[in-house]
Every structure is written in C-alpha cells, then in structure tokens.
Design a protein around this ligand. Structure first.
Ligand code: ZN
Length: 435
C-alpha cells in the first residue's frame, strides 16, 4: 500500500489498517443506509431523516449544528433559487469535527437528504421506501441518490475513529435539504459560515471525478385560452395546445445551446449535454370543452459560463416573442414564472490538489485510474465552487435508475466509496490521536 503524506503523518495507521476498519464496518453502513431509505425524505418531509442524521453525527462524537434555512436573509443573493416550500421543520444538519491541533487541510463532506417522488408505487418491485437487498444491490428511493453517499462519509469517519485516530483538521459532515429542486440547503451552509480547503459530495456517479456540471432552470409557463363548446372549437383557444406550442419554441432555444459550434469545451465530446424536460402538465376542465388554462413545469439545462439570470432572460424572451409572433398563439395569454432551480453551471479544475488526492485514493481501492465526468445535471458543487471559492467535486457510488422505478445502489460500490473517502480524508486532513 502506498503511503500518502501531505507533511502530516498518519502515525501508526497505514492504508491497510484503514481499509480493514472500513471493511469491518460494512454491515453497519448498510444497516444505516437502510435506516435512511426508510425515511421518506421527500421535499418538505426531510425532518425525520435529518433527525436520524443528527443522531448519527452525535454518535460519532461530533458537535451537531441544526439550523433552519433563513429565506429572508438569503433570497436576494446570487446562487439562491426561489423556494417551493416552507423551511419550517426541515433543518440542515452539520456534524462538526474540531481537531486538537490543526495540522492538515480542512474538508467538507456534503450530501443531500431529500429524494425525488417515487412515482407510481405499483410499478416498483418492492415498496419504494422499504429497503430490500438483492444480488448485492440495495433497492429503494434515495438509496443511490444519495443516501449511500451519506452512509459512505459517515462510515469513513467512523472507520478512522475505530482505529483510535481522527482527522487533524476541521471536517464538516453536512446533510442538507432541497438539493433536488433549489440547492438552497448547501447554499445556506455556505452562508452560515462553513468553509474548507475542499468539499466532496458523494453523488452516485459511479466512481468518476466530476469536472463540470451544466446549469439548470426550472420554468413554469401558464397559458390562458378561451373556453368554448367542442361543437365549435374554432371559437375557442386551446390552452393545452398553446402550452405545447411554447414548449416547441423552447426546445428550439435549447437546440441552439446544444449546437456543437461554440459549445462549452467541457462538453465538446457530448452529444446533447443540455437537456430539456417537460416534467409536469396540468390543464383543462372538461373533456368536451376547449381548455381555458394550462400550466407546464419545465427543466431546462444550459451551458456553464452562462449566468442563471442571463439564461432565464433568454427563456423568457423566447416565450414572449413566440406569444407575440406565432400565429398559433394569437390571443393566448402567456405567463412565465421561475421557481426552483436557478442553478448556474460550473467547472472544476482537474489540477486542484484535492482532485489528485481523490484520484490516488480511488486507485488504491479500485486498482485503476479514475475516470472524469462532465455531468449533464446540476449538483450542490456549484454553491461551493461559485459562491464559496471552495474546490469541490463529486465522487460517489454506482447506482441505477435514480429518479426512476426500482432505484438501486451497488453495495460493493458503497464499500469502495467508503474506503476511498477514508483514505482521502486521512491524506487530506492528516491524522492525530482521537480525542
Ligand atoms: Zn443527488
């Protein structure tokens, strides 16, 4: 096993003993993950899962900071996204480790506790919030995205403690709300004063190191037509068809962003990095009436380097020009609203020392060089990089069908990520005797 140093010794503890300690905690880590999956931490309902996280942090001997996101203080700031739900009863939870003496580099390990809706439960093989293990995979909503990542950093910290050592630098274990729709949880941690020499988020990106992520906007478009009896549909204006017409105009805008000419270099090799999703639609009153009103919720990817307000202005302009110029939309009322993600894209410098340290830990565990990933989604990395000036990336387990039916995470992969994070933490922070 190679010995890593950053000028701070690991003392008696070498890589082999760290890997042994991680292996010894495997069953406990899986049980903890199952506990988290059982908490249906959907948007607005993250409270009980955060309760569990606070207990886990306290059990590690960490100081626990629980706080409610202060919307009124943050909502004017760049990086904030318009929220969708009240923050009452769903706190962020941070476990704080303070070394006896700071010798190494500080670290944030961040994970989001919120999960996306499970969809039609009857399509799942097992109930979505009942964790089930089959053939080395744990199934359940959130198992992969990203409760396994949270279990990994908790167990990585615990593995070091079990060897009688601890990081020789401040470490902040963050469990945040609302990554899946605004990112305001991580953003609020930053504004509470949490900063470090690096941040790692174990999102389920299959052992890749993330080097870029796209921007994401959530947009709501509402159309108002004119009701009429279907015996004379020409007298009415169909709000649902109008909404769909606007969707085609917006798809054309996203096609321009995706055009290979002038595309952001991080995504040069990508076929279609900025994706458009018509996520929700609601409209109409009666099967035999021309619908008066329709509302669509859209998720639109956009290039890194384009500011969120510039991207949203382009979207709004596209919609308003369509409403003005497209004859199919004549007479239709159109309203655009931005709620949820106003998330700018960002890139991560592969030359950051933190990237090299993670790559070394990956290679020690997996026996092969790490691959990099330019992600076609957003993550909380952007808050650290863009607004905190903290080098940050994602490195996490292999999961399948996240946001889909029968989401699952590989338990071998969870064990490997735990080992990588433990080795990385030991190298990055250095070690001292545990208090
Ligand atoms: Zn995630």
């Amino acid at each position: 096993m190679p010995a890593h140093t950053n000028g701070v010794g690991k003392g008696e503890v070498d890589d082999r003993s760290i890997l042994g300690a991680v292996a010894g905690l495997r069953a406990e880590g899986e049980a903890f993950l199952a506990d988290l999956v059982r908490c249906a931490s959907l948007l607005g309902a993250e409270g009980p899962a955060q309760e569990r996280m606070a207990r886990a942090f306290a059990d590690l001997g960490l100081e626990v900071d629980r706080f409610t996101i202060d919307e009124s203080a943050l909502k004017g700031l760049r990086g904030w996204s318009p929220s969708l739900a009240s923050y009452e009863g769903r706190e962020n939870v941070v476990g704080i480790h303070r070394p006896r003496e700071v010798k190494g580099r500080s670290l944030i390990l961040n994970g989001h506790i919120d999960v996306v809706p499970e969809g039609p439960a009857e399509l799942w093989t097992d109930p979505p919030f009942t964790p089930v293990v089959r053939d080395g995979w744990m199934y359940g909503r959130g198992a992969g995205d990203m409760k396994a990542g949270i279990a990994a950093y908790v167990m990585a910290f615990k593995a070091l403690k079990s060897l009688g050592v601890q990081p020789a630098a401040p470490v902040y274990l963050q469990s945040v709300v609302e990554e899946e729709c605004t990112g305001n949880g991580a953003f609020a941690c930053l504004h509470r004063g949490y900063t470090a020499d690096a941040a790692v988020i174990p999102e389920p990106f299959d052992h890749t190191l993330m080097t870029a992520q796209v921007g994401v906007l959530w947009v709501r478009v509402e159309t108002t037509g004119r009701p009429a009896h279907v015996l004379d549909t020409g007298a009415g204006l169909n709000a649902i068809e109008a909404a769909y017409r606007i969707v085609t105009h917006l798809k054309a805008l996203v096609a321009v962003w995706n055009h290979p000419d002038g595309r952001h270099p991080a995504y040069a090799a990508h076929e279609h990095p900025y994706n458009f999703n018509l996520g929700r639609i609601e409209g109409g009153e009666w099967t035999s009436s021309v619908p008066t009103r329709c509302r669509v919720d859209l998720r639109i990817g956009f290039p890194p380097g384009l500011a969120a307000d510039a991207a949203s202005e382009e979207v709004e302009r596209t919609v308003m020009e369509a409403a003005r110029d497209d004859p199919d939309l004549a007479g239709v009322g159109v309203r655009v609203e931005f709620r949820g993600f106003q998330a700018e894209g960002c890139t991560v410098d592969p030359a950051e020392p933190m990237m090299a340290a993670l790559a070394r830990a990956h290679e020690a565990v997996r026996g092969e060089p790490v691959r990099t990933l330019a992600a076609t989604c957003t993550t909380d990395v952007r808050s650290f990089v863009l607004y905190g000036n903290i080098p940050a990336t994602c490195y996490g387990p292999k999961a399948e069908r996240i946001h889909g039916i029968d989401e699952r995470v590989s338990l071998d992969s969870l064990a490997d990520v735990t080992a990588v994070l433990a080795l990385f933490m030991a190298e990055w922070c250095g070690l001292e005797a545990a208090t």
